[in-house]
Ligand binder design. Structure first.
Ligand SMILES: [Zn+2]
Length: 308
């Protein structure tokens, strides 16, 4: 009887998510997942809140990743290196803050002196892909090869072995975590399952890798990016972005957690935006018990406190 026929014939391969057997969706969800919280009882020196500022120095790779060669578009990336990074470094120096820069290998090769300066001034440089490629679109072998080579390039230029990774556009493939484990990295900063640090699980097993979670809410890009031919427009005024960033900090402070902010030199480096970063730093510094730290320091401390 046609009325009794199931919606899907069992002979057809189940391809739609609503047709998946429980085993399949459980397997997908379990592959990379948040494990135990690594939020410490307190931060170094009895501090109440950890503040970790990060800058993703993508520069021209934001254009190259799409296979584009327009000098016009490339110039917006070059702005990040010429104007953005020097402004950021001057601001960090002014307030004595150490931060983390995530740099694609190609950007590091375009600007080796910039990377050397970043390291010389006490900041950290982390892995951020080869040319800002999307991990989830790569064959697994290519992703592995690029992640290893990207680390080698950073180490060769700076003389420091990177211990952390941020995947470009936070695009994390089914294979990224196993590559990160194979490399023996300390932390990842690409996922969003919590406000505070946690341990990553792979197929339900603890990995010892610390996740320092990010969020699009605490990223300058979605509010301030401009794409002439796409739909991205800076609809939010700098004051609006400052308000969101400040509210996010206020809760992190309130709860004794981690406040991690992601910015881009070619985005936050412009005059009207670097001003809000300075205002934010002043707002944060007006609170007692702040620990400004690089990502590697935060990850190491959390791991130590958890007895890992
Ligand atoms: Zn990036």
């Amino acid at each position: 009887m046609s009325a009794d026929k199931p919606a899907t014939s069992p002979s057809l391969p189940p391809t739609e998510a609503w047709q998946w057997p429980e085993e399949k969706w459980r397997d997908i969800v379990t592959r990379v997942r948040a494990g135990r919280s690594l939020k410490p009882k307190s931060w170094p020196g009895g501090a109440r809140c950890a503040v970790a500022l990060s800058f993703d120095s993508d520069h021209e790779t934001q254009t190259l990743r799409w296979g584009h060669d327009s000098p016009g578009r490339l110039s917006t990336g070059q702005y990040g290196a010429r104007v953005g990074v020097p402004r950021i470094l001057a601001l960090l120096e002014k307030y004595g803050i150490k931060a983390t820069f995530f740099v694609p290998a190609v950007a590091a090769m375009l600007y080796p002196d910039e990377q050397k300066r970043v390291i010389a001034e006490g900041h950290e440089i982390g892995i951020h892909s080869w040319i800002h490629e999307f991990n989830s679109q790569l064959p697994p072998a290519a992703e592995r090869d690029l992640q290893f080579r990207a680390a080698e390039v950073l180490e060769k230029i700076t003389g420091v072995t990177p211990v952390g990774i941020r995947t470009p556009s936070w695009d994390f493939s089914q294979h990224t975590l196993s590559i990160t484990r194979e490399m023996g990295l300390l932390y990842d900063s690409s996922l969003m399952a919590d406000d505070d640090p946690y341990e990553l699980l792979e197929n339900g097993e603890p990995t010892g890798i610390v996740e320092l979670p990010v969020e699009w809410i605490r990223d300058d890009f979605p509010y301030l990016a401009m794409d002439r031919l796409g739909s991205a427009r800076p609809y939010t005024p700098p004051s609006g972005v400052l308000e969101v960033f400040r509210r996010e900090f206020d809760t992190a402070y309130e709860t004794g957690g981690l406040y991690l902010l992601t910015m881009h030199p070619h985005v936050i480096g412009h005059s009207s935006r670097i001003q809000i970063l300075e205002e934010l730093i002043r707002h944060i510094r007006a609170h007692p018990g702040i620990w400004f730290a690089r990502h590697d320091e935060v990850a190491r401390y959390c791991k130590e406190q958890a007895g890992m």
